[in-house]
Design a protein around this ligand. Structure first.
Ligand code: NAD
Length: 264
C-alpha cells in the first residue's frame, strides 16, 4: 500500500533527544514513508541524534548551528550534494538565556533579546530561503510556536515576543513562497516536557494548569504534534499555508479556569 509521505525527502532540525518535539515529528513522518535527514547542534548532540536517526532509517545527520550563517550554508550545500531536491523542512529550534525565562519580561537584556530573536526567529527565515532553492517540485516548511506569542504566559517573557515574531514571519514567508507551491506553516504546541521546556520557570505548574483547564482535560504528546505535522507536511495539507495550527488539547479557546478544575 502507498503511504502519505512515500517519495518525500525532509530535513528535521532541532532533534536533541527522544523527548524532543522534533522526534515526535520524525517518527510520524518516517511511519508515513518519508526519507529523513537530521541536523544537530554541536558534537555533544551527535551521539544522541545518530542512534535516533538510525531508528527511523536515516544515516544522513549533519551539524548545524543556526546562529552561524556559514554553518547553515554548509548544511544546505551538503544536503544539495546528497539529495539535490527537498520536499519539506521542520524547524523545531528555539533558545533564550534561561535566566530570563522567569521573573519579569521588562527586565530582558538587549543582548539576550537579540540572541533569542536571532536563534528562534531569524533562523527560520534563513533556513526557508535556502530550502526554497531545493524545493523545485513545491514543498512544505514547518516551525514550532507556543500560545505565549498570543497571550501573556508566566515566565515565557522574551520567548513570547520571539514567538510572536516567528508567527508573523510564517505569514510573510507563506506569501513569498506560495507562487512556487511552497507552503509555510506553524504548529502551536501545548506544553510538553522537553529539554527546552525545562528552562522555563514553573514549567510543571504550567503543565498541570493546561491539563486541568484545556477542553480535552489533558496535555498533548509529542506524537500528537507529529501526527498534525504529517498533515501539514504531506499532500493532506495541500491547501493550507500561512496557518498556525494549535495542537494544544484546545487550550487556546479557553477564556477562564474550568469550573471543575481544583485550585492548584
Ligand atoms: P528541545 O530542547 O528538545 O529542542 C530544542 C532544539 O533547539 C534542540 O535540539 C537544540 O539543539 C536546538 N537549538 C537551540 N539552539 C540552536 C542553535 N543555535 N542551532 C541549532 N539548533 C539549536 O525542546 P522542544 O520543546 O522539542 O523544542 C522544539 C521547538 O518547539 C522550540 O521552538 C520550542 O520553542 C517549541 N515549543 C515547545 C513547547 C514545549 O512545551 N516543549 C511548546 C510549544 C513550542
Amino acid at each position: 500500500s502507498t503511504k502519505l509521505m512515500d517519495g518525500k525527502r525532509g530535513l528535521i532540525m532541532g532533534l536533541a533527544n527522544d523527548k524532543s518535539i522534533a522526534w515526535g515529528i520524525a517518527k510520524a513522518c518516517a511511519e508515513h514513508g518519508a526519507e529523513l535527514a537530521f541536523s544537530y547542534q554541536g558534537e555533544q548532540l551527535k551521539k544522541r541524534v545518530g542512534p535516533l536517526a538510525q531508528q527511523v532509517g536515516s544515516d544522513l545527520i549533519l551539524e548545524c548551528d543556526v546562529a552561524d550563517e556559514d554553518s547553515v550554508d554548509r548544511l544546505f550545500d551538503e544536503l544539495e550534494k546528497t539529495w539535490g531536491k527537498l520536499d519539506f523542512v521542520v524547524h523545531a529550534i528555539g533558545f533564550s538565556d534561561k535566566g530570563e525565562l522567569r521573573g519579569r519580561y521588562v527586565d530582558t537584556s538587549r543582548s539576550n533579546f537579540a540572541m533569542t530573536m536571532d536563534i528562534s526567529v531569524y533562523s527560520f527565515t534563513s533556513i526557508v530561503r535556502r530550502a526554497e532553492k531545493m524545493m523545485t517540485d513545491g514543498g512544505s516548511c514547518l516551525t514550532l510556536t507556543y500560545y505565549g506569542a498570543e497571550q501573556v504566559m508566566p515566565h515565557y517573557n522574551v520567548m513570547g515576543v520571539a514567538k510572536a515574531a516567528l508567527e508573523a514571519s510564517v505569514k510573510y514567508l507563506a506569501e513569498d513562497l506560495g507562487k512556487d507551491n511552497i507552503r509555510v506553516n506553524a504548529i502551536s504546541a501545548g506544553p510538553i516536557k522537553t529539554l527546552a521546556a525545562s528552562g522555563i520557570g514553573d514549567f510543571r505548574y504550567i503543565l498541570k494548569w493546561n491539563e486541568l483547564n484545556s477542553p480535552l482535560r489533558r496535555n498533548v504528546t509529542q506524537d500528537e504534534v507529529g501526527k498534525s505535522a504529517v498533515y501539514l507536511l504531506s499532500d493532506l495539507g495541500s491547501g493550507v499555508t500561512g496557518e498556525n495550527l494549535h495542537v494544544d488539547a484546545g487550550y487556546h479557546v479557553v477564556g477562564m479556569k474550568a469550573v471543575d478544575a481544583p485550585d492548584i
